[in-house]
Design a binder for this molecule. Structure first.
Ligand SMILES: Cc1cc2nc3c(=O)[nH]c(=O)nc-3n(C[C@H](O)[C@H](O)[C@H](O)COP(=O)(O)O)c2cc1C
Length: 438
């Protein structure tokens, strides 16, 4: 497959609007603007495009939830937070062809009837935020943005909103709170953002990669897009970010449903130093780990779900035979315990508690009942026990590490030594004197 989303990678000045126009950019927007918004939504629905941000929800269906008869403003938000370990594909689109993303945002805004769109970008992405701001200024000058764009009567403004470096702000409702100037904590759903979102108004939140697909769907048609992947439920080009123990880590654009074996061994150059594959996390750190014998499954939404994990964002973390899986889980839990926003007790307490237990096991003081406790935590902080799926994001890894690599945890526990008796803290001798010895 010829690259679609990263077609301009390596081209000189690929970020400038002139290069984009030379490659046929903004032609899809012109086509969309003479279509009825409902037809644009239908085209995207028929393409089978599923959200690339993690949950894989069909984009056209989500756009259809936005009430069309409302008098309230409608908003589109592009989620460029990309803070999950192992995920680094959205920034590649922004770096390569920011105008492709802008075109997707304008078409999506037109389709849902929004006149204002936001790009919520992770605070640490200084360069990417500047690239986007420059691209927006160029698009304004050429009348692709602003009032009455291309003399069609459609107004659209895009604002770049920088986050402050919290993983939870990638969750769509925490992101909305954050744009509103509040602390980024998820909201209860329903109501879903498509009905009550930003400033209480109907809002669609879509991932960068999802929106970058939209101009291509409008330009080449839904059928073309659906024909690229495995089937219409798993369609289109997909950016796979491969990290970890491979020879050539990086972002690879391939048809949805390429097998993990092909991605890891052919495109990413195989396991570093000729070692053996032990395990891989298929879609960013929140997805359950899979052992090496699942490497032949296609990397698409449905196949990965059938194998007991998730395609998530498509960030594949590869682990070779030398990896200590207890250490790997400790590493993941350190992230989640730090990033839990603290709103829900099972997530706030459970992530810290699980981390403490795994740390203790690795320090050589584990007890047989620890594995039971980990399993209990992973049951009690997931699947609807928390407001947002961050609970599932750390519980999925716990359950899957124990399912596939339990023996490594048991080995640690079998070699464990009892904890040394707790020493009582030495209290300072009480003095009659106050501060400064007076
Ligand atoms: C803790 C957490 C972090 C998330 N981070 C991101 C993110 O960085 N980027 C993203 O697009 N979606 C992220 N999501 C998913 C969003 O909530 C939302 O489903 C997504 O932006 C919708 O876009 P899509 O339908 O195009 O995939 C996150 C979800 C959770 C629970």
């Amino acid at each position: 497959m010829k690259p679609i989303l990263l077609r301009a990678r390596g081209e000189e000045n690929s970020r400038s609007i002139n290069t984009y126009l030379r490659l046929g950019g903004y032609a899809a927007l012109k086509r969309a603007l003479i279509m009825d918004p409902a037809d644009v939504r239908e085209e995207v629905k028929n393409s089978g495009l599923r959200g690339r941000g993690g949950a894989g929800f069909p984009a056209g269906v989500k756009w259809g939830f936005v009430p069309q008869s409302t008098t309230r403003p409608r908003y589109l938000i592009c989620n460029a937070d990309e803070s999950e370990p192992g995920t680094f594909k959205d920034r590649e689109i922004i770096h390569t062809e920011p105008h492709m993303l802008l075109e997707g945002i304008i078409i999506a805004s037109y389709a849902i009837g929004a006149n204002t769109a936001y790009i919520y970008i992770r605070g640490e992405f200084w360069t990417e935020a500047e690239i986007l701001e420059r691209a927006i200024a160029e698009a304004c000058r050429k009348k692709y943005l602003g009032k009455d764009i291309l003399r069609t009567g459609f107004d659209i403004d895009i604002h770049v909103h920088r986050g402050a470096g919290a993983y939870i702000c990638g969750e769509e409702t925490a992101l909305i709170e954050s744009i509103e100037g509040k602390r980024g904590q998820p909201r209860l759903k329903p109501p879903f953002p498509a009905v009550v979102g930003l400033f209480g108004c109907p809002t669609v939140v879509n991932n960068v990669e999802t929106l970058a697909c939209v101009p291509h769907i409008i330009e080449h048609g839904a059928e073309w897009f659906a024909g690229i992947g495995r089937d219409v439920r798993n369609s289109g080009p997909k950016l796979y970010g491969v990290s970890g123990h491979v020879e050539k880590p990086g972002v690879y654009e391939l048809p949805m449903g390429t097998t993990f074996r092909e991605i890891i061994y052919e495109h990413a150059g195989g396991i570093r130093g000729g070692k053996k594959l032990k395990a891989f996390i298929p879609g960013g750190s929140s997805c359950p780990v899979l052992p090496a014998d699942r490497v032949d499954i296609p990397a698409d939404f449905d196949s990965v779900a059938e194998a007991g994990s998730m395609l998530g964002s498509g960030g594949i973390i590869v682990m070779d035979e030398t990896v200590d899986m207890v250490w790997a889980l400790e590493n993941l839990l350190t992230f989640y315990a730090h990033e839990s926003c603290g709103q829900c007790t099972p997530c706030r307490e459970g992530s810290d508690w699980a981390l403490d237990i795994v740390r203790r096991i690795r320090a050589g003081h584990g007890q047989p009942r620890d594995l039971e406790a980990l399993e209990r935590i992973s049951r009690h902080a997931s699947q609807g026990m928390t407001i947002c799926p961050l609970g599932d994001a750390f519980c999925g890894p716990i359950a899957s590490f124990l399912k596939h690599f339990r023996h490594e945890f048991e080995d640690y526990i079998a070699r464990a030594e009892p904890l040394p008796p707790k020493k009582l803290p030495v209290l300072p001798v009480r003095s009659d004197r106050g501060p400064f010895g007076i």
